[in-house]
Ligand binder design. Sequence first.
Ligand SMILES: [Zn+2]
Length: 135
Amino acid sequence: MVIEKNKAQHRNKKAHKKKDKKNNLMQTVSKQSIKKLFNHALELAYKDHIDEANKAIKQALRIARKYNIRISKLGSNYKRMYCKKCKTILIPNKTLRVRLHKTRMVYKCLKCGFIMRYPYIKEKSRKEKNKNSQD
Ligand SMILES: [Zn+2]
């Protein structure tokens, strides 16, 4: 097997060209670090270190912005983990109040009062399909 070394250190003056393949790798790496930061933030928040958790969230969002990563594409749980307005980590009964309506969930950030509404979807059908194939 031959591993092609290709354009590893290729840099020229036209830096504005789109570097899709390079970005893909960077995106994969940064997606992982974003997830790690979010999970780290959660751990901190549950230990009542909300400020520290918020720093981790902000760091994650900074990486996301730098590499054009949409948090929503990492999964809805990540998207809903922080306040869209003040970027505070959202922990039920600590920084978040959740109310269930018939068809949607209403999240209220207790820090800035921002309200987020999410559709309340039962993810049964998809999960059950996966279950049958395993076991
Ligand atoms: Zn907020």
